[in-house]
Ligand binder design. Sequence first.
Ligand SMILES: O=C[C@H](O)[C@H](O)[C@H](O)COP(=O)(O)O
Length: 228
Amino acid sequence: MDQNELKKMAGRKAAEFVHDDMILGLGTGSTVRYMVEAVAERVKNESLHITGVATSRRTRDQAEKLGIHMKSVDEVPYIDVTIDGADEIDKNFQGIKGGGAAHTMEKIVATASNQNIWIVDESKIVDQLGRFPLPTEVIPYGSTKVFQRLADEGLHPRFRLNEDGTRVTTHSKNYVIDLHMKQIQHPHLLQDWLIRQVGIVEQGLFLDLVNKVVVGTQDGPKVLDAHR
Ligand SMILES: O=C[C@H](O)[C@H](O)[C@H](O)COP(=O)(O)O
């Protein structure tokens, strides 16, 4: 099976964790697209009453088109479960997200959720975080100063660029600076340092957040419990 089939497997398996009357956070990305399709099928076939909360315009548009009733994160009192993708997950269930530049909205939804489930293909499970460049979201004003500070700290920053060479911007019109560190030895220390830097809105380390990981593997879907 290729990577897309494994993503689909994880996405469809995770849709089994959805119940009637749930407020359901919907993440962002190619794996999430499969999950949203599967949730929409269940909503239709089983007449489930689900309220979806999206982490990006892309996901909201897809879910609405497929008939899932949507609200914004500010309109719901809490979220029961959020199902989202990830770019890397280590053996301690710590993760990196933001490959699609949606990490700030994703973290807002994740931290408003009682449970978080991540859906990945098996290539995303790693021994150590950091091979995937760590995304940050940075306010354009003064972003060259932030960039310099990140470089001085030895974090190998690069502005994320579109194919035409312009800078990628997030939903909130901020820039993305990716940190090409190759390995992250102390994720909590790095997170603490990054969130103290003025101009950085959010960064893509998602630590101590996930409860369950659904992995698409060549041997079928595997559900890993983080016991938190
Ligand atoms: O900003 C994007 C998100 O964090 C995605 O959930 C993450 O990049 C994984 O995406 P995909 O399922 O497309 O690999």
